[in-house]
Design a protein. Structure first.
Length: 95
């Protein structure tokens, strides 16, 4: 069953965020496929940031392994420092 990393946040330091983007390849490990990268998401309910990212993985195990990998953990702090109002979840798909 596929699984998804869904992240949403406001970018407050574009230069630092570009640095994160240049180094974020480890999040795509294990068959990750970028489905959404929208810097101007339209809020319909609750509180959310402007940017939404959705990455599909073949399994929840692959998603967890990519996020928790040493290589990704070495760069995720750059994103956290460049953004506010953030959240990230791993969710199972339908299948």
């Amino acid at each position: 069953m596929p699984a998804y990393l869904i992240a949403n946040y406001d970018v407050v330091d574009p230069d630092k965020y570009k640095d994160y983007q240049r180094n974020a390849a480890p999040i795509m490990a294990g068959g990750g496929k970028l489905l959404v990268l929208d810097p101007a998401s339209v809020l319909k309910e609750g509180g959310a940031g402007a940017q939404t990212v959705v990455i599909e993985y073949p399994t929840m195990e692959a998603a967890q392994a990519a996020y928790e990998s040493d290589d990704y953990q070495a760069v995720v702090g750059i994103r956290l420092a460049a953004t506010t109002n953030g959240r990230a979840v791993l969710a199972n798909g339908m299948g």
